[in-house]
Design a protein around this ligand. Structure first.
Ligand SMILES: NC(=O)c1ccc[n+]([C@@H]2O[C@H](COP(=O)([O-])OP(=O)(O)OC[C@H]3O[C@@H](n4cnc5c(N)ncnc54)[C@H](O)[C@@H]3O)[C@@H](O)[C@H]2O)c1
Length: 325
């Protein structure tokens, strides 16, 4: 480490990589920048004159002073690049999803475990203060038993060609749903259609049933008039909504539920009480995510983040089998 800061190299300097580079430059010693495009390399060489710039990831891995690498390249490259980095003894932060098959993710997890290295998937939403609040509401029993969780992630665009709506959009909601529910998936079903590019589903509806009977749903689409980034948690006692399109009221808790009042002879009635919006920190989730990764490298970890990442890839695989089946 230099000045107590971890020495980091980053591969992938595109749309998302520039946000990661900005944060890792602030929080760590960003020594290497790597991109396959000469144009990106030229831009970043100017922007970060103290970093070394290359088109060859192996050059980054060959530097014995590098503690950790950040991978923000296209999804199909995540697994080979992460594997090479772990084999070179580097801690790895890799954008979501780290692999496109569960077997590949299992291989990465085994490698990180065997070498005692951190492998953290970039599930950004898990570092969103609003998701942390949802988790607190669920774990503290504030909502009562959780029955249903559903996500809406819809918009018109960005129309992708190499990832369908499940892999591109669903990975976010899945990471949160699995984090909140913490149970094994008993049933997974997905339906969708590719309308614009052959083989790339633009609209996908997913259903999950968990071991205890809780259910979840995701509506994922870039063919929609509504821009929605919303997750709803229905508990037996209260209900909560995380709406990322809201500037102020990111979370709303509804004191609403069905109930069977004494003397009602088993009849269900509904109760509607107050609504409230807890204060949510406006800290940048990406900043919190980068800080979390560096803390795991410096302080050691129990592997939870990569095991959770493996569950996300397993769920994506199950849903893909159903979608294509
Ligand atoms: N967490 C989030 O909210 C979020 C948001 C957007 C993108 N992402 C993820 O970030 C990753 C990158 O997405 P993007 O939108 O920035 O894509 P992008 O196409 O804008 O950038 C990818 C960059 O990687 C470079 N590249 C490709 N192969 C390479 C290789 N082998 N070695 C070095 N560089 C290589 C390309 O030249 C390009 O500059 C994806 O995994 C995506 O899923 C995450």
């Amino acid at each position: 480490m230099s000045d107590g800061k971890l020495r980091v190299g980053q591969a992938g300097l595109g749309y998302w990589g520039r946000n990661l580079a900005r944060n890792f430059d602030d929080l760590a010693d960003l020594r290497w920048l790597c991109d396959a495009s000469a144009e990106q390399r030229a831009e970043f060489a100017e922007r970060y004159p103290e970093a070394r710039v290359t088109g060859d990831f192996d050059e980054v891995l060959a530097d014995p002073e590098i503690d950790a690498v950040v991978i923000a390249t296209p999804v199909p490259t995540h697994h080979p690049l992460a594997r090479a980095a772990l084999e070179a003894g580097k801690h790895v932060f890799v954008e979501k999803p780290p692999a496109m098959r569960a077997a590949e993710m299992e291989e990465l997890v085994a490698l990180a475990e065997a070498r005692g290295l951190v492998l953290m998937p970039g599930h950004l939403l898990l570092y969103h203060p609003a998701v942390q609040k949802l988790k607190e509401l669920v774990d503290d029993g504030e909502l009562g038993e959780v029955l249903v969780v559903y996500g809406n992630r819809q918009n018109l665009g960005k129309i992708r060609k190499d990832e369908n709506a499940l892999w591109s959009l669903g990975v976010h909601d899945l990471s949160v749903i699995l984090y909140l529910i913490q149970e094994e998936i008993a049933e997974a079903a997905a339906h969708g259609r590719a309308f614009l590019n052959e083989g790339v589903e633009d609209v996908v509806f997913c259903y999950l049933r968990f071991a205890s009977g809780k259910i979840a749903h995701m509506h994922l689409s870039w063919l929609d008039p509504h821009k929605m980034r919303r997750l709803t948690v229905v508990g037996r006692d209260k209900m909560a909504v995380f709406d990322d399109m809201e500037l102020e009221r990111k979370i709303t808790v509804y004191d609403k539920a069905p109930e069977q009042p004494a003397g009602s002879y088993g009849e269900w009635r509904t109760r509607t009480g107050d609504e409230f919006s807890p204060t949510i920190s406006n800290a940048e989730p990406l900043r919190l995510e980068c800080e979390h990764f560096l803390r795991l490298v410096q302080e050691g970890w129990d592997g939870r983040e990569m095991r959770d990442g493996l569950e996300v890839v397993r769920a994506l695989e199950l849903l893909t089998e159903s979608l294509r089946g």
